[in-house]
Ligand binder design. Structure first.
Ligand SMILES: Cc1cc2nc3c(=O)[nH]c(=O)nc-3n(C[C@H](O)[C@H](O)[C@H](O)COP(=O)(O)OP(=O)(O)OC[C@H]3O[C@@H](n4cnc5c(N)ncnc54)[C@H](O)[C@@H]3O)c2cc1C
Length: 475
């Protein structure tokens, strides 16, 4: 109800690992260095010893993270990760050097809005899929994934976890840490606008004088209810955190016929087609387009059910940019197998694998209504295939349609759409506040942090910034 709504200090849009981790920190859970712990990084250890009584969230994150190196470009992501998993990149299992205190006086009221149950993308990834990351790296603060798994009497596979276990763990995390009261699931945000006109966000309405100054955002959307109806809502917030991830809009080929009903853009459509017996081992082949891990998952899935596959991708099989050429074979035997199939079973030379043909350095020209697909090789030669279904699995883009200009103005290159790998949202590396818009924050893949172990540093940076703003730092 707009008329009696008081602005909330923080609204988080998106309830995946990023939103959950931030909600934990904003709920008054404060990290300190465990007494007597020794961090294996000697310089960091020395810095941590300087003020052990001050929580990490209240320390100078820029100073602490200076000089850290690892698999992320974000200094705060590296810092928070190395505090939680001190020697993990060297194969070690040293326990976290952090201890967590619940200081309720430091909690900041906030809401986490999300379309689906807490856990974000993990509720849509095929449950049996095994994570690329080690299972341990999927855990959130102060609840090691391996402990949860042990209680469930389940184990890791090759140190990796299933997507289903990860989704269950995130649901459990929210319940265990008492965060549910902050989460409103089944909520879709359709608009975020700033309510003053000194920024790139256009002024939307003027009737409310009380909101005329300072940062104030109006967040609009609807709540899906049981009867499939929609109930609109409108919330005012002093700060808004974009935690919506990047898996909502599959990338399109932009070729003729791509909208035909037999062309799909999600792996889940393949699982459904098999389940509903729309395709089987006797059907015409399915077409899989792409050479990333989702395309590989689709090939493995189809292979499991002996469904014939034609696999089209643009790169050479030994292109160093291809993800399969970057993964250690020992840790990822299933992806190594797909790579082998791609190499050994091209249309030009029959190989040992039944029901699979690879077409490297080809691209799709068009789809036709009679379930035909036209592909072209690098020399311009065309081939036409009869297919049963097509799956275009070439990546995804964030859907920021709830922001003016689809959030493009917030990106590093503000003339190109936001993209987690090539053009993330431009944030201050130590607060994750948008450079273009005060009071607006971005976290996770939107801010360029693509792995769960690294999205958590963004949460630390945002919580630290918001605590300072709320003046909730200890004297
Ligand atoms: C197939 C696959 C495999 C992966 N494997 C790994 C792995 O092994 N290791 C790893 O670390 N990472 C992996 N990732 C990446 C990982 O999923 C992300 O890093 C992580 O989920 C990002 O968390 P997030 O909370 O920022 O976003 P998400 O998990 O994407 O959650 C964002 C949520 O916000 C919701 N949302 C979006 N827009 C709105 C709106 N307007 N209103 C309301 N809600 C909205 C979305 O529906 C979604 O549920 C994988 C991703 C995929 C797709």
């Amino acid at each position: 109800n707009k008329s009696d709504s008081k602005p909330l200090p923080i609204v988080i849009i998106g309830n995946g690992p990023s939103g959950i981790c931030l909600s934990y920190l904003l709920s008054g859970y404060v990290p300190y260095i465990k007494k007597g712990s020794i961090h294996p990084h000697p310089i960091l250890h020395r810095k941590l010893e300087e003020t052990p009584e001050v929580s990490i969230i209240d320390q100078d994150l820029e100073y602490l993270s200076e000089g850290l190196e690892g698999r992320s470009q974000s200094p705060v992501a590296l810092l928070f990760d190395t505090l939680q998993r001190p020697d993990t990149d060297f194969g070690g299992t040293v326990d976290s050097v952090l201890t967590w205190w619940n200081e309720t006086n430091r909690a900041i009221p906030h809401l986490v809005l999300g379309r689906n149950p807490p856990g974000g993308a993990w509720h849509f990834i095929e449950g049996s899929m095994i994570t690329l990351s080690q299972g341990e790296w999927m855990g959130l603060p102060d609840l090691p994934f391996k402990d949860w798994l042990r209680k469930k009497r389940r184990g890791l596979r090759n140190n990796r976890a299933t997507a289903e276990d990860i989704a269950q763990y995130y649901l459990h995390y929210v319940a265990k840490k008492g965060l549910q009261k902050n989460f409103i699931c089944g909520t879709v945000v359709t608009s975020v606008r700033k309510r003053n006109n000194d920024s790139f966000f256009p002024e939307k309405e003027k009737e409310d004088d009380q909101f005329a100054s300072g940062n104030l955002f109006q967040v609009d959307g609807f709540i899906k209810n049981m009867s499939d109806g929609q109930q609109p809502f409108s919330i005012y917030a002093e700060n808004v955190v974009l935690a919506t991830g990047t898996y909502d809009s599959p990338t399109k080929l932009k070729v003729h016929g791509e909208d035909l009903p037999f062309v799909h853009h999600k792996l889940s459509a393949l699982e459904e087609a098999v389940k509903n017996k729309r395709i089987s081992m006797t059907s015409d082949p399915i077409l899989i387009v792409g050479a990333g891990l989702t395309a590989a998952d689709a090939i493995l899935f189809a292979h499991h059910f002996s469904i014939p596959v034609i696999h089209v991708f643009r790169r050479r099989v030994n292109d160093p940019g291809l993800i399969f050429n970057q993964l250690p074979q020992m840790m990822y035997p299933e992806y190594h197998k797909v790579h082998q199939m791609m190499k050994e079973q091209s249309v030009a030379c029959a190989g040992p694998y039944e029901c699979y043909i690879s077409l490297p350095e080809h691209h799709v020209l068009s789809f036709r209504g009679n379930k035909k697909c036209v592909v072209q090789d690098k020399n311009g030669h065309q081939k036409v295939f009869n297919i049963s279904l097509a799956f275009v699995l070439i990546g995804s883009n964030p859907n920021l349609s709830f922001l003016p200009n689809n959030g493009t103005d917030l990106a590093i290159d503000n003339e190109q759409p936001v993209n987690s790998k090539r053009n993330p949202i431009n944030v201050n590396p130590f607060t994750y506040e948008c450079v273009q818009e005060k009071g607006l924050y971005a976290i996770g893949p939107l801010a360029g942090d693509n792995f769960v172990r690294f999205v958590q540093g963004g949460a630390l940076a945002i919580a630290s910034s918001l605590l300072k703003k709320a003046n909730k730092n200890p004297p």
